[in-house]
Structures are given as C-alpha cells and as structure tokens.
Design a protein around this ligand. Structure first.
Ligand SMILES: [Zn+2]
Length: 95
C-alpha cells in the first residue's frame, strides 16, 4: 500500500524509522519534525519518558546506521529534547 498524500496533512500515517533510519512517512532523518512534535506536544509523553524512549531508539539507530557517527545519532535523538525543554515557557515557539 503506497500513499503519496500530503505529508503534513496526514495524521493517520505512522512516522516511524525505516531500515535506513529515515522516517517511513516523510523521509526526513528520524526522529522527524512530526515525530518530535507528537512526542513533545500536549498529547505527547513527559520529557523523562520521551528521553527514555529516545535512548532506546538510539540504540537501534546505532545498529541500523553504523556508517553514521554515534555522536551525530545521539544528537539527533536526544538533542531536540533539551531544546524543547529550554524553549518551553520562556521563549514563544516560532516555526
Ligand atoms: Zn515523519
């Protein structure tokens, strides 16, 4: 089943990493923007749980993409969580 619907209007699609650890739905490097928004938004999980989940995904990513630097993968999975927390409350979110 292949869908070519608008990536940004597709709440029903699953933004999960594919075998190259790109998003299977929007083809961004995973976790993609949609995934980050879903995990950190009002309907998402608490930051500690997000970080715990991302550390698990990071382990999988290190196995899936041994060609990528571990530091880059770690920053991709964990860096945005800190960014999200520091941005919350003080600075309004700008797209
Ligand atoms: Zn995605």
């Amino acid at each position: 089943m292949t869908e070519t619907a608008d990536v940004w209007g597709d709440a029903g699609r699953f933004h999960l990493p594919d075998e190259r650890w790109d998003c299977a739905a929007c083809e961004m490097a995973w976790p993609c923007r949609t995934t980050r928004d879903e995990l950190s938004g009002d309907t998402g999980m608490r930051r500690a749980l997000v970080e715990q989940a991302m550390r698990g995904y990071l382990q999988d990513a290190l196995v899936a993409r041994p060609d990528l630097p571990a530091r880059e993968l770690a920053d991709r999975h964990l860096g945005w969580i800190a960014d999200h927390e520091s941005a919350a409350g003080s600075t309004p979110h700008t797209p």
